[in-house]
Write a protein that binds this ligand. Structure first.
Ligand SMILES: *Cc1c(COP(=O)(O)O)cnc(C)c1O
Length: 478
């Protein structure tokens, strides 16, 4: 018999593995049918690898240690949820791939209450009759921004889609070429426009658009002037954009709705905290936009949602659109959004309690201090196996906000010999909880600006386990 057939025959049977004492602990939390499926899949993977290997690379005997290790890991992975907490050490605060804004702890109690009990989601307690889920946010949003009316949907892409579908379906929407943006690969303004049934009329050039470009494009078919915050890029140098008040004046003259998609949608003037100025929602409404659209989980620091604020007429028409029913947020989102917005009634409280705002405004001196403390702690515990240095770093707001504003930060430059930077980055990603790091100039950087307070303890523990695994040593203190 050849080597390959021998190795394949040495693989244990599924039944045997389902009873094997070495896998008892890993099997325990899982239903039997799932254990069987995971074991079968893992064995099949091993079989395929053996078959694909060159004959000279085949081992003389099946490596049982490795096989049981692989089975154990596969079973443990199957017991863990797929969507889980990670440690964001990238320095990108509003990181779309990592779920954007972590929520304020102030949201947790209302969230639990709403999750575990019945709520007055669509019930008017005063009248004892059906109510609207939108009522829970509208009053607060009007109070905070001065808007006449407000509507919440699932995300800002939905808000843009709904606004176009309601106010410009079958009609033309004029937008500057410099603002035909793509955001995060899946949201392209021209494509959203097409799905909505509105007709795109691009004006101007990539770097310059003048008021007369808009005015010359207006016909009897025009319904809307749309301004889009260019979010994740900026055109610098020889540029011209038409300020919102001028567009508003033009819209009034021709009876057109003027809409601004702000993207990030900040309720606070961040320049008071030394950050580059973003137009706030309040200023945009004050400038006369009929409708302002923005995300709930970017600079606002709340849950994923899209908020549409503006005139009673524009918002009222959107509310009446049957599409709104398909885009409505659920009770958990609305609960968390209300709790987040309530914090904004008191600005210092919002900055203190909303993690996204806290991370943006943290002084670099704090980060330096924390970095030094964490580095000392890691050296004390793991100094024999790792090298750690505090280095200056540039963090980013992310999420399409303030593309040019990099925030001065501090990072731990980490080396765990003999791993190369990309190997260490991958190991950290596989840790529990996963640690998402940045690699720059062949160095793994852990940026302090995006570490939440509890993350530092978890990060140290995860690193300890990683080193212990590598050393196979039991003498590393947790
Ligand atoms: C992020 C963004 C969107 C999409 O918002 P989501 O909440 O991710 O759906 C739309 N427009 C602009 C300008 C943005 O920055």
């Amino acid at each position: 018999m050849d080597r390959l057939s021998q190795l394949l025959r040495q693989l244990p049977a599924v039944d045997e593995l389902l009873r094997h004492p070495r896998l008892a602990a890993a099997r325990a939390p899982l239903p039997r049918s799932l254990v069987a499926a995971v074991v079968r899949r893992t064995l099949e993977g091993v079989r395929q690898r053996l078959k694909a290997a060159a004959p000279e690379d085949l081992p003389p005997r099946l490596d049982e240690e490795a096989l049981f290790g692989e089975l154990g890991q596969a079973l443990e992975a199957a017991a863990r949820p797929s969507l889980k907490r990670v440690i964001n050490a990238t320095g990108v605060i509003i990181h779309t791939n990592l779920g954007r804004s972590p929520l304020s702890t102030e949201c947790i109690r209302p969230l639990m209450e709403a999750a575990l009990h019945y709520t007055n989601l669509e019930y008017d307690l005063a009248r004892g009759a059906r109510g609207s889920r939108q009522d829970h946010l509208e009053g607060l949003l009007r109070e905070l921004t001065g808007a006449e009316a407000a509507l919440a949907v699932n995300n800002n892409a939905a808000a843009v889609l709904l606004a176009l579908h309601t106010l410009a379906r079958g009609k033309e929407v004029i937008i500057s070429r410099g603002q035909l943006v793509e955001i995060g690969g899946s949201f392209r303004m021209p494509e959203i426009m097409e799905v909505s049934g509105a007709i795109l009329r691009e004006v101007g050039t990539t770097n310059k658009t003048h008021l007369h470009d808009y005015e010359q494009a207006i016909t009897s078919e025009t319904a809307m002037l749309l301004k889009v915050h260019p979010s994740n890029f900026r055109i610098l140098g020889f540029t011209k954009e038409v300020p919102l008040p001028e567009l508003v004046e033009l819209g009034r003259r021709y009876g057109l709705v003027v809409v601004e998609d702000l993207g990030s949608g900040c309720l606070l003037d961040l320049s008071r905290h030394g950050i580059e100025k973003e137009p706030t929602v309040q200023e945009t409404l004050k400038a006369g936009a009929d409708l302002v659209l923005f995300s709930g989980d970017k600079l606002l620091g709340g849950p994923q949602a899209g908020l549409a604020l503006g005139s009673r007429d524009a918002v009222g028409r959107m509310r009446a659109n049957p599409l709104t029913r398909a885009l409505r947020p659920d009770k958990l989102t609305l609960t968390v959004m209300e709790a987040t917005l309530r914090l904004y009634l008191d600005e210092p409280k919002a900055v203190a309690a909303i993690p996204t705002l806290g991370m943006i405004t943290r002084p670099v001196a704090d980060l330096e201090r924390q970095a030094q403390t964490l580095a000392r702690k890691l050296r004390r515990r793991l100094g024999e196996w790792i090298e750690v240095k505090v280095v200056p770093s540039q963090a980013q707001v992310g999420g399409g906000s303030l593309p040019l504003a990099s925030l001065p930060s501090r990072a731990l430059a980490l080396r765990v010999p003999p791993l190369a930077a990309h190997q260490l980055e991958a190991r950290l990603r596989q840790a529990q909880p996963p640690v998402i790091a940045r690699v720059e100039h062949d160095t793994v950087l852990l940026d302090l600006r995006t570490l939440l307070p509890e993350d530092q303890i978890e990060l140290a523990a995860a690193l300890g386990r990683l080193v212990a695994q590598m050393q196979g040593a039991g003498n590393i203190r947790e």
